[in-house]
Design a protein around this ligand. Structure first.
Ligand SMILES: [Fe+2]
Length: 291
């Protein structure tokens, strides 16, 4: 069983015709690859209604289950200011293949477990204090989750909520082969490369080292850990787990002016292999795109 993986489509950053072109390109690539499953690791758009519409359209047009986790943009209330972040998170649970509802059993061997994930500032430069990170502002720039993702608790506590939820599900599936998905990045390898004065601070909002610890503790069952959020396509073998970020990213970050060509580079196919090893198919580009 092959699963095609992508993230960070951000379709609301384009005029409607170009946004339709992104979905067309995704459906074309899916047709070319003929996977048995699709997975989007968050950030389809910054409006949950548009995200839900796009997911419905992708499933209709491909005829495949399109598994997803919400990204931080998907839960933003920028276009629905009366809603809190939990309200939007819960509305996205209406989508049947949202992994935040619970694990998705692929077959007797494989299960897909995932959720949004959040950050606890552990990926930021330790010369900043917790108070400085909690301000979510540095050098005159604000991290937009401060404005558009008002959870009912501080970021490190939201982060803990997701770690505990995922850990319970991982424990319950110890005998299975697991594909773990978080929108937040699970390892420092995926943060914006330093030295970079701005990102030495803002890397704090990309994910958490606690996900790497979680993967290390369950590396015998987690064969793949997929993330999104950061717009660098990278992969890393960590213990026995293959970590993958296969984002599309913003058009200004693409290496090609052609959406279909860029989509072919972004979408990564993973083999959920039976009996022994899990093979991968290398469709991901070398290096990374500029984020
Ligand atoms: Fe994101």
């Amino acid at each position: 069983m092959k699963i095609s993986v992508v993230s960070d489509l951000h379709i609301d950053t384009y005029p409607p015709s170009a946004a339709a072109g992104i979905l067309d390109a995704l459906c074309t690539v899916v047709q070319e690859r003929s996977p048995g499953l699709l997975l989007i690791a968050g950030d389809l758009s910054s409006d949950y209604r548009l995200t839900l519409e796009a997911l419905g359209e992708i499933e209709r047009r491909t005829g495949l289950p399109c598994l997803m986790v919400p990204g931080n943009h998907d839960v933003w209330n920028r276009h629905a200011r009366q809603l809190g972040t939990w309200d939007i998170y819960n509305r996205l649970l209406d989508y049947p293949h949202n992994l935040a509802r619970g694990p998705y059993r692929v077959n007797a061997e494989w299960v897909v477990i995932g959720d949004l994930g959040w950050y606890d500032f552990s990926l930021g430069d330790p010369r900043f204090t917790q108070e400085e990170f909690l301000r979510m502002e540095y050098g005159g720039r604000v991290w937009n989750d401060r404005e558009f993702a008002p959870w009912d608790r501080p970021a490190p506590e939201m982060h803990r909520y997701f770690v505990e939820k995922l850990e319970a599900q991982l424990e319950a599936h110890r005998g299975s082969r697991i594909l773990l998905v978080t929108h937040a990045v699970p390892h420092r390898h995926f943060t914006v490369p330093l030295p970079n004065e701005t990102w030495s601070y803002f890397n704090a909002f990309l994910g958490s080292e606690a996900y790497a610890d979680l993967i290390a503790r369950h590396t015998d069952s987690i064969r793949y850990a997929v993330c999104g959020h950061v717009h660098y396509r990278k992969r890393l073998t960590f213990h026995r787990t293959e970590l993958i970020c296969s984002c599309l990213g913003y058009a200004k970050e693409w290496r090609s002016s052609d959406v279909l060509e860029e989509m072919r580079r972004a979408v990564t196919d993973l083999e959920l292999a039976g009996e022994g090893h899990a093979g991968t198919r290398e469709n991901i580009g070398n290096g990374y795109t500029k984020g």
